[in-house]
Ligand binder design. Structure first.
Ligand code: CMX
Length: 437
């Protein structure tokens, strides 16, 4: 059965569960809200539902119930590779099932039919100031594509129907995940390679084709596959996923929604942290270890300099996680298993920071989680393969994050999730409740 048909069946089977929960158990309490949560970014409040992924504070992410190693082990592998294709992962995110080789081949073929990016997108990107941040370019590209949104077309057709609306989200979502790597490669070549563009290779899967389109070598194909899968989803409350969900809840189409999500991903406390990690580490390397190995003392001193200047250590801490991020571990293992990369001086610095930073952050005493997150490890791999323009790294994150955000809003529509509209209160109200205890 084709992916969309399988998804249709899954959504129809799932709907009665959601309906029953609301009708029969709608008033059952699952959480309560405190003043510090209200002021402190709604941390830990249970108020979103998703079955695409779940983040346990100790264990880290599970995609459709599978840990990262389980995910990589379960999915069919790309030809000649130890890593799965991004397309097979998309199938699993959407349906919860591990696809067969034949089902993966169908998705790969389907994406080929969707990946042609209209010329007007490239024209708009070329018209932007060349020193625009690449995340601005990616976000603008999403908005430029909006005029052909199939969901918006359906909404405006006069035949809008809540039961079938998800099918149009699926169409836009599939177009977005198929096209976003092509757009990202175009932005990369436009900004850093003098607009020397490389044509799509129709024989390649998504990750491999991205590597090809940015002029990368063979080994980078697995880096791209791994990177996009690892960055895809981190349950629903993070800024990019939540923003996409929120904007789509107003029935804004997937292009509006994901452009907004990307704008959130571009923040230094979220996706931009991987750029910041590289910036911090390269400056440290330049200042202290040009000709010497990084020592514990040097790293400690540099970390304290940053903390004493009132800045955060990029790549460390997390709003939910309380242990080392398994996405960090997975990329670290990739480094340790890749000859050349494990002896790469920058990797040695990153590895040494991992030994030192948790202790320093614990002594500093502020962060609830002194352990590294995904962003602490991702940039060094890109640098090793010659992708040195680190302001581009959040774009890579954005390509991967599209998978999770698009799978989520397809299901949001499938299950008819409501317009999101939490209630706000005033400071005076909080003070009154505080006094009343
Ligand atoms: N360095 C220094 N201080 C840190 C810190 C870090 N890495 N992480 C948290 N803190 C501080 C916070 O700034 C906060 O200080 P104040 O009380 O003065 O405001 C305090 O510790 C408590 O914060 P927390 O509850 O532990 O963390 P939050 O949920 O508020 O924030 C995060 C989470 C990720 C924004 C924060 O850890 C941080 O700024 N980390 C560095 C940036 C980063 O790596 N972001 C990427 C996250 C992953 C992603 O989304 O891509």
């Amino acid at each position: 059965m084709a992916l969309k048909e399988t998804l249709k069946q899954k959504i129809e089977e799932h709907r009665p569960r959601t309906t029953r929960l609301v009708k029969e158990f709608g008033k059952v309490k699952i959480d309560e809200v405190t003043i510090d949560q209200c002021i402190g970014g709604a941390r830990d409040i249970r108020s979103l539902v998703t079955d695409i992924s779940y983040l346990d504070p100790q264990e880290g992410i599970r995609f459709r119930g599978k840990t990262i190693p389980e995910t990589f082990a379960a999915l069919p592998k790309a030809p000649g590779s130890n890593y799965p294709t991004v397309e097979s992962f998309w199938y699993m995110l959407l349906t919860g099932d591990v696809p067969t080789e034949a089902q993966v081949a169908e998705v790969v073929a389907e994406w080929k039919t969707r990946q042609e990016v209209p010329q007007y997108v490239f024209d708009v990107l070329r018209a932007l100031p060349r020193d625009s941040h690449p995340m601005v370019m990616l976000s603008v590209a999403m908005l430029t594509l909006q005029k052909d949104s199939k969901f918006a077309g359906f909404y405006n057709s006069g035949k809008f129907n809540k039961m079938t609306a998800w099918e149009y989200v699926y169409e836009d979502a599939s177009d977005i995940v198929a096209r976003i790597p092509i757009i990202a490669a175009f932005i990369y070549n436009l900004k850093y390679r003098g607009d020397k563009q490389i044509a799509i290779d129709p024989s390649l899967d998504m990750g491999a084709n991205f590597a090809h389109m940015i002029g990368q070598k063979e080994e980078y194909k697995d880096v791209a596959r791994m990177y996009f899968i690892l960055h895809s989803d981190h349950e629903s409350g993070n800024v990019s996923a939540h923003t996409t969900h929120l904007v789509h809840s107003a029935l804004s189409d997937p292009y509006y929604a994901y452009s907004a999500g990307l704008n959130g991903l571009a923040g230094p406390l979220h996706g931009l942290a991987n750029q910041e990690v590289l910036d911090w580490t390269l400056k440290f390397q330049e200042k202290y270890c040009k000709d010497v190995e990084p020592t514990e003392e040097l790293i400690k001193a540099a970390l304290w300099d940053t903390l004493n200047a009132g800045q955060v250590i990029p790549g460390y801490g997390h709003a939910v996680l309380r242990k080392t991020d398994p996405r960090y571990t997975s990329q670290r293992e990739f480094c340790l298993n890749t000859p050349g990369l494990k002896d790469y001086p920058l990797f040695k610095v990153i590895a040494k920071i991992f030994e030192v930073a948790p202790g320093v952050l614990t002594e500093h005493g502020k962060t609830k989680n002194p352990w590294p997150n995904v962003d602490a490890q991702s940039g060094v791999i890109q640098m090793y393969y010659g992708l040195t323009e680190y302001d581009f790294y959040t774009v890579l994150f954005g390509v991967g994050r599209a998978l999770g955000c698009m799978a989520n809003i397809t299901w949001d529509r499938g299950l008819g999730y409501a317009l999101e509209r939490p209630k706000s209160v005033t400071t005076a109200m909080l003070e009154k409740w505080a006094e009343a205890g």
